[in-house]
Design a protein around this ligand. Structure first.
Ligand code: SAH
Length: 220
């Protein structure tokens, strides 16, 4: 009989590897790691790629879009410095994974997507997971959500050629926006924008690759 440590089951080992990959990419904030430990990425990936949900890679979802790489989700969430009282806007619901993580850290999350199907499917997962502080809407997020503005934090998960003006205008003073900036067919830069009373400060965080921010509503 062995008296070594009890063997980990598959799920626990998978979870350990997942968290290790996040830490080794620089996701060190305890609240962010805690939220990512609690939200099961497997709930947001369907079909052929479901068994790869715990790998640190982007994966295809419906409507030709992608669920981001977990380490990039972690770094973006960390850069946003989300506080428990924050009102957050996410542009680009996609699978809903990023919004679910934000919902554990913030007071309320508005998430919008130009594809109705993605909004509906994400709403179903939020419901199953009991995430009641997320409002998912089918709108063109390049204009933000003027009726709910201003926001403490704005996260854009699609690449824009410049930080969109309407989104900058909907950020509170002291607020932070994180947005990938650059052409959609090239490597983009992840930018952190902080709004001060006298203007905006821009910090370049790292190279990333996102699907483009597209104006207008999608066909499905
Ligand atoms: N955050 C997502 C991944 C987003 S992929 C996740 O956690 O899974 C980028 C998403 O941005 C796509 O779903 C795309 O439909 C959406 N998008 C692109 N342009 C948009 C726009 N103008 N308004 C709203 N959503 C947009």
């Amino acid at each position: 009989m062995s008296n070594g440590p009890a063997p980990l089951d598959d799920a626990a080992e998978r979870q350990m590897r997942f968290l290790f990959a996040l830490r080794s990419h620089g996701v060190t904030d305890a609240r962010v790691l805690g939220a990512m430990e609690r939200i099961d990425r497997g709930a947001f990936v369907r079909g052929l790629f479901a068994d790869r949900a715990y790998e640190d890679m982007p994966l295809p979802i419906a409507c030709g879009q992608t669920i981001s790489q977990p380490s990039v989700v972690g770094l973006m969430t960390q850069a946003l410095e989300v506080q428990p009282r924050d009102m957050v806007l996410e542009v680009g619901t996609g699978s809903g994974y990023q919004a679910a993580i934000l919902s554990l850290l913030a007071r309320r999350v508005y998430t919008v997507d130009r594809h109705r199907r993605l909004v509906r499917e994400a709403q179903d997962v939020f419901h199953v997971l009991g995430l009641v502080n997320i409002t998912a809407l089918h709108v063109d997020g390049s204009f933000g959500l003027p009726d709910q503005a201003p926001f403490d934090k704005i996260l854009v998960t699609a690449a824009a050629e410049d930080p969109p003006g309407p989104l900058l205008a909907q950020l509170k003073i002291g607020g932070i926006m994180v947005v990938p900036v650059g052409q959609s067919d090239a490597v983009q830069s992840l930018i952190k924008v902080t709004r001060h009373s006298r203007g905006f400060e821009y910090d370049e965080l790292r190279p990333v690759r996102f699907v483009p921010l597209v104006e207008g509503l999608g066909s499905e």
